[in-house]
Design a protein. Sequence first.
Lengths: 296, 154
Amino acid sequence: MKQFVNYFMVFALLLSAMAYSCSGGKTNQSETDTELTEDTLAQDEMEIMLPTPSEVLSIVLTSGIMYSDGYMAPLGIEKKTVMVKHKALVLGVYFADFAYANYYNQRSTSSEYFKALQELTRDLGIGAILNDAYFKRFDANLNNPDSLDAIFEDFSQNAYNTIIESGNRELLSMIGIGAAIEVLHIGINSIESAANPDEAIVSVVDQSAVFDNYYNNFIAFNSVKPEFKSLTDDVTIIFKFFKEKLAKANNESVVTDSKQHFTISGGDAAKLSKTDLAQLRSMVSDVRKKLIDLKY
Amino acid sequence: MFKQIILSALLVVAAFVTVNGQCTGFHTTRDCTPPEIEDFKRFGQSRSRLVEAKKTFTYQVVLFGGYDYKIGICTEKGYYPVQFRIINADDNSVFYDNANDDYVETVGFTVEKTKNVLFEITVLASRKEFKDATDSRVCAGVAIYWRKVPKTGF
């Protein structure tokens, strides 16, 4: 009889869970406000989207810029990480490095970073979310270069969205700031080998808009956390640097070219001088060193 | 008894995950895909989520200079039209409002300089009568496609 009661209880819970699931969460207002924290709209809520490292790098790596594995963080840091914040930050750094190697079709290097990403995401509890979409396919296609390229491209483009839609925005804010610093580091150091350094410097300026999103998203989730005080202080200095040096001219205009197509023109930003660039490089290098030395 | 508690907890968690994930990938559906995107790639800042009809959802994106964009807006059947606005994040001026364009669901544009903009989405559901407050919750998607502006001339 006791066993029957237990089974009945489980069956009843199963039914209620299914009923709730099938209703799409459409229960009364007071319940959903507390339970559906991630996927439910709040009137004044604004989300900040993060461009993927591969998207940012496709802007940063202008013509003539040479690949250098010296710009990437060394592998093996993932083995030294214990705390969640370190794993998330290093995951971001490696995600940018993976995107960088992949951009230059360095398949072997990309694979090594991909394995490190696999390990870190598993440790952070988001490996299962990414497993079916990417990791399983990677393991099954190790000897198939074309498939690997497709998987890497897919992962580079869509991993952020997969993490967001699984309700891990806070974790992504930490991953994102690691990636933002690494992409800045790669971009600034790549300028020297650019065919057109002026064009490359403009691409660093473009990164200020990207950093704006990464920074504000990180601050939204982490600014009051004591464990992130030092990192918050350091990235705030970079954020303020961009705001101070790259004030935009408010000269945007919209030109309608044809039905259902228009152009947003204007919005010129100031240029960075060589001195400014050296200062930015120094700040970014400092933060990046602390990130990969697990000093935050 | 312990096993039953664990199992029950897992079932409840599974139900919540299903609810939260019900809009996952909504922007990748055919309804959300703008026409003539052969040369375009999907942009990583595309988004799907559960929204409440008649309330505005805003999200901030970075649009890169020197790129063409095509955007598709979608929601579930019966909840159209959807109002979509593109706003300058620096001064809140409105770059585009599809209300001036009969609430079309696709639009194309070019951005000359990289900038932060706000996408504002409001599922208007003007012909829908809601049975209760929760009936107004619906999936909405913003599919963004992009390509480098092709070089012109000889």
